[in-house]
Design a binder for this molecule. Sequence first.
Ligand SMILES: Cc1cc2nc3c(=O)[nH]c(=O)nc-3n(C[C@H](O)[C@H](O)[C@H](O)COP(=O)(O)OP(=O)(O)OC[C@H]3O[C@@H](n4cnc5c(N)ncnc54)[C@H](O)[C@@H]3O)c2cc1C
Length: 397
Amino acid sequence: MMAAIYAADSGADVTIIERNSSCGRKIRITGKGRCNVTNDCSNEEFLKIVPTNPRFLYGALNFLSTEDTQRFFESEGVPLKVERGQRVFPVSDRAEDIVSCLVRACKKRGVRITEGRAESILSEDGEVKGVTVGGEPLPFHRVIVATGGSSYPRTGSDGDGYRLARELGHTVTEISPSLVPIVSRSKICGRMQGLSLKNVGLKVIDKTSGKVAYEDFGEMMFTHFGVTGPMVLSASAHLSGIQSGRYEGRIDLKPALDEKTLDGRILSDFSKYINKDFVNSLSDLLPQKMIPVIIELSGIDERKKINSITKEERARLVSLIKALPVSFDGFRPIDEAIVTKGGVSVKEINPKTMESKILSGLYFAGEVIDVDAYTGGFNLQIAFSTGALAGASAAEN
Ligand SMILES: Cc1cc2nc3c(=O)[nH]c(=O)nc-3n(C[C@H](O)[C@H](O)[C@H](O)COP(=O)(O)OP(=O)(O)OC[C@H]3O[C@@H](n4cnc5c(N)ncnc54)[C@H](O)[C@@H]3O)c2cc1C
């Protein structure tokens, strides 16, 4: 839609071919229905947060920066607000407002929206000639492929763009999930299924190198298969070559307390419950669902009287609370990923125009390209920037 808007603003006659009955189905579910539409940061900061092919995005971000995106939505009637981590949302907290704004902006500029699946892109003598929709060839001078990635296929983006690109001779790099929940063999996950943790620390250790692969502070959740939540999704983008036994997550359940202070806190709880059993001493410190798990891992008998717990046993408890180990063994399927890693090779796309280097008149925009970023509004901004540049260049040429 952003590509269509910029192409129309540059004077082109534009048609969007959308397989769904309405545009922007994926945007509706972004940011848990609130749409984290961009990030209020500079281009330099932005590019540092893109793990895959950041330099390719330089021209597109210069063409449409995060500031330009915010100005666009506000001028089209959607007031925005900036939240923690410079994440930008509509003031209404409604992703729907972003979708209707884009559709309205398209219609205002005379863009036609046609329902149908783009089956193939037609070309002749190294030049684009049109698109086949419903078996019928439709003539076009320029075609922009903005079909998204492979994740959440029910939204319409099921990887069709990769096929279209390959058919025209483009290379598509290996597709894999990113920003995706993590599967764990640790039995404790299933036992704590449904438990959400807020304000905890997460460190992921690569056991093959002993290095910290990811470290953050925030929210996460245990599920029947493993772990999920904002911090886990972000961690997944850093866990290349994930396989069973390679990565271990360590959850700091009390990041605001160092070990000594935590020990003091436990001692004070113990003096409060001095005549109770160990099992009855932890409810001020830990969520109820976690208590049996921590007790089992601590190796301390749950019926042991508080006054007979040794200093060593307390030290084991402190270590567990500061670094609860969870094995990170694999990713959930791409259907459940927020973004797709991989896509049309950036080596075959001109970064100044988004035009294909293989077929004249063919352009790419958005997640179909081999670029992806972390959470925070960056992925939509990539789609907006590459879309705007592709639209304006296609119209100009
Ligand atoms: C649950 C979830 C939450 C997210 N939250 C955020 C967030 O808050 N902030 C953020 O920045 N990013 C978020 N993302 C990522 C973001 O939504 C995507 O990166 C972004 O939508 C990509 O835009 P796009 O235009 O490239 O593709 P899409 O938005 O996927 O749009 C592609 C469109 O092409 C259509 N299409 C595909 N193939 C064909 C075909 N052959 N013919 C016709 N039409 C076709 C599809 O139906 C679809 O409408 C989230 C993703 C998910 C899944």
